[in-house]
Ligand binder design. Structure first.
Ligand code: PLP
Length: 358
């Protein structure tokens, strides 16, 4: 059976196996990975090796810090302005879809939101143009959502925001392909798509931005305080960090981000070919160059067939294909842990369903 959920999502087989064999076993210290104190040497070694491995995968440039924080990306919608506004009154946000809009709504509680370039097209849907974006210099940062998980939309290229630091919600794309980190002031991603399990949010931040946190930011939510405390100012999500370390190891053993990117493009091409080659039975609402490689969104020309499609797919072991309630239709998420065989099975089913019902 294949699980195409957008998150929490499938974990790599090797990670599930290593977790099964390693997580629930007590060591000489009388503790398993679930039970170890976050202040002890054993957990600190796990934390440091996860961070080292992540830094290697990302080819982290000098001057950046990595944080492993509790919670998800939605907390960051508030914590980014709390930590990065400094004395500024406003920040720029690009409206590229559902998650960008959620981030904008939260930011409005803390600052004036300046509209950065948004959608470049509605039908078919297209991401904002790469720029250069002409942003007011008093914007503390510019926030983008490079992969819109719900809309199935991905930026083909990062925008040029000049002197305004680029901040990204990379929740559904971090580690799915190589990334030029030096382009960013900060990026964040919750873990339950490509980095492990829910409960952890990974941040990468340029050190000079850490000085901007407002004095009133609660200590555990202050990027600066957490960097100073090695992500351990309070109890971090130890199990999720342990699992993220296993996922980072698996990515490295599988060829790193270049290999992830190539495999993800191939899986996505399989599904988009099934959609585009269906003679209009299926339709992708996103412009070809702007389609997400990891969240393949599609529709049936005859909407009445959505429920029969989902039922028939589930009976063939193809699960969690319903689109987000906000946009409807169908969606297949093909994160790093989904093998090509999963995409092939879905493409085969789609062709078969179109033949029978078209
Ligand atoms: N941002 C993006 C792009 C997402 O895809 C999601 C979840 O799907 C979120 C934010 C929210 O993440 P969380 O539920 O971990 O807060």
């Amino acid at each position: 059976a294949w699980n195409f959920a957008a998150g929490p999502a499938r974990l790599p087989d090797a990670v599930l196996e290593r977790a099964r064999d390693g997580l629930f076993v007590r060591g000489a210290d009388g503790a398993s990975a679930l039970e170890r104190p976050f202040t002890g040497d054993a957990f600190r070694a796990t934390l440091h090796s996860a961070r080292e491995r992540l830094a290697q995968l990302l080819e982290l440039p000098a001057g950046y810090r990595v944080l492993f924080l509790a919670g998800g990306a939605m907390q960051q919608f508030a914590l980014v302005p709390m930590n990065l506004l400094g004395g500024a009154q406003r920040a720029a946000y690009a409206d590229s879809g559902y998650w960008a809009q959620r981030a904008i709504a939260e930011a409005r509680r803390y600052c004036e939101v300046v509209a950065a370039p948004g959608f470049a097209g509605a039908a078919p849907l297209a991401a904002p143009p790469a720029g250069p974006w002409d942003l007011p210099a008093d914007c503390a940062y510019c926030h983008i959502t490079p992969n819109e998980t719900v809309d199935g939309l991905a930026y083909p290229a990062l925008p040029d925001t000049g002197e305004v630091p680029l901040v990204a919600d990379a929740t559904s794309c971090l580690l799915t392909a190589p990334l030029d980190l030096a382009r960013f002031g900060l990026l964040y991603a919750s873990a339950q798509k490509n980095l492990g399990v829910a409960g952890l949010c990974v941040l990468v931040v340029r050190a000079d931005l850490l000085e901007r946190a407002a004095p009133a930011v609660p200590a555990a939510l202050s990027y600066r305080r957490q960097v100073e405390a090695d992500s351990c100012l309070n109890t971090p999500p130890t199990l999720a960090i342990h699992l993220a370390g296993l996922v980072f190891d698996w990515i490295a053993e599988s060829g790193g981000l270049a290999a992830m990117g190539a495999a993800n493009r191939r899986k996505a091409a399989t599904l988009y070919a099934a959609i585009d080659g269906s003679g209009g039975f299926y339709r992708a609402p996103v412009a070809a160059a702007h389609r997400s490689p990891v969240n393949v969104r599609f529709q049936l020309a005859d909407e009445a067939l959505v429920e029969p499609f989902l039922a028939a797919a589930a009976s063939r072991g193809l699960h969690n294909l319903r689109g987000h309630r906000q946009v409807g239709g169908l969606r297949a998420s093909l994160y790093n842990a989904m093998p090509q065989a999963g995409a092939d099975a879905l493409a085969g089913f789609m062709a078969d369903f179109a033949r029978r019902r078209g």
